[in-house]
Structure formats: C-alpha cells, structure tokens
Design a binder for this molecule. Structure first.
Ligand SMILES: Nc1ncnc2c1ncn2[C@@H]1O[C@H](COP(=O)(O)OP(=O)(O)OP(=O)(O)O)[C@@H](O)[C@H]1O
Length: 211
C-alpha cells in the first residue's frame, strides 16, 4: 500500500525536488496560443521561442521575442507545449515531444536546481557541478518503498525500484548508467550504492532517525 506523499518529508531537499501546488497553478494560469508559438533552431541558444506570423511553407514568417522578423522553413519549426507542461517530471507526458521541448524542460528544471527528470523508464540527470542537499538519509527515507511515479524524479527512486524488485522477485537486477565524460556517472553510481547500503543496513530504523 502506498503512503501519502508530503513534501515536508524531504526536509530542505523539497525545494530542489518538486514544485509546490501554488507554483503549478501559476504556470497553468498563463495565457497561451498554441497555434502561434514555436521553437526555431538557433546557433547560440539551440532553440529560441518565436511567434508565427504567417505560415507559408518555405517562406514562413516568424517574430522572435526580441522583435526580429525572420523568414524560415515551416519544417524547421517545432511545436511548443502549453505552460501547464512547464517543468514536467516525466517528459514522456509532454504533448509535443520534440528535441526543443525536451531541452527547454530540462533547462527550466535545471534553473531551479531540479537535476533529475524522467523520460519514460529512464531517469535523466544533469550535472549541477555543486553540492545539493538532495542526498541525505531523510531523502532516502522518503523514497524507500514508494512507487516510482508517485515520487519526484530522483536516482533514489530508480534504486528503490531495483531494490524492491530484488526482494520481491528474488532476481538479480541491473542498472544502466550512461553519459558523456563528466556527466556524473560515478557520482550517481555512488548514490545508488549509498542507497542500498543505508536501506539494507537500517531497514525500518531508517524512519526513526537513521544513522
Ligand atoms: N549530482 C552531482 N552533484 C554534485 N556534483 C556532481 C554531481 N554529478 C557530478 N558532479 C560533479 O561532476 C564531476 C564529474 O562527475 P563524474 O566523475 O561522476 O562523471 P563521470 O560521468 O563518471 O565521468 P567519466 O566518464 O569521465 O569518469 C564530479 O567530480 C562532481 O564534482
């Protein structure tokens, strides 16, 4: 049976883990015309937001946020998701699943130091290059025994899934941790091992205050 999730359980990590309901409501309240807003490839920013002024195949006119009018190919534009999809925890849920929207979602989350995001079964981690208070015993206790989709994205949720399946099915589990050099594979692997060590050693005592 799943336990009710209260963000207070995450302590000081809550800020770095999930938006509050109020923040979600604020995003949903923003006006949005999905027929006009799109992403356009850009040499510096990867993609910039544009407003479509006139759709006309290879001669489509768009306006950038800094007021420039450009003539572009319609095929180069990628549709933008409405603000209610802002900072999605699982990018598989995006209405428009395109490269620009994935990058935008990760960038928005990273700007609030939310470094973990799901993409379906995968958990994508962005290297924060600074210490974040999201690896405490308190956070481990909050993830222990919880279903993955009810908790905010975290490497601990992935570890907990594997641990639960190991106990339940009595079968070996494997985890694929991949990324370019410096992406954070070693750090995240250590976090997975830390999770197993703490959960296996403390078990039920974890909830009572831990180490
Ligand atoms: N979650 C994190 N929190 C804080 N710092 C991090 C995190 N992930 C990575 N870093 C920082 O980035 C550095 C590089 O990360 P890491 O060694 O895990 O990369 P890697 O993917 O294993 O690289 P390589 O493939 O070259 O061995 C770490 O030494 C650490 O300073």
């Amino acid at each position: 049976m799943s336990r009710f999730l209260d963000l207070a359980e995450f302590g000081e990590a809550a800020l770095y883990i999930r938006l509050t309901n109020l923040e979600h409501l604020a995003a949903k309240a923003q006006a949005f015309d999905g027929t006009k807003r799109s992403w356009l490839p850009d040499d510096v920013e990867a993609y910039v937001e544009v407003e479509v002024k006139e759709l006309n195949g290879d001669k489509t006119t768009v306006e950038t946020k800094d007021g420039r009018f450009l003539v572009v190919k319609e095929d180069d534009l990628q549709p933008m998701n409405p603000p209610k999809f802002d900072m999605m925890e699982d990018m598989a849920m995006l209405t428009h699943l395109n490269e620009a929207s994935v990058l935008f979602n990760m960038r928005r989350r990273y700007s609030m130091w939310m470094v973990y995001t799901y993409s379906g079964l995968f958990c994508v981690a962005v290297n924060p290059y600074k210490w974040l208070p999201v690896y405490s015993t308190q956070v481990i206790a909050a993830y222990k025994g919880r279903r993955r989709l009810e908790t905010p994205p975290h490497i601990y949720a992935v570890a907990d899934n594997a641990y639960t399946d190991l106990l339940k099915n009595r079968e070996n589990q494997s985890m694929l941790i991949t990324g370019e050099s410096g992406a954070g594979k070693t750090v995240n692997t250590k976090r997975v091992i830390q999770y197993f060590a703490i959960v296996a050693a403390l078990g039920e005592n974890l909830k009572k205050g831990g180490l």
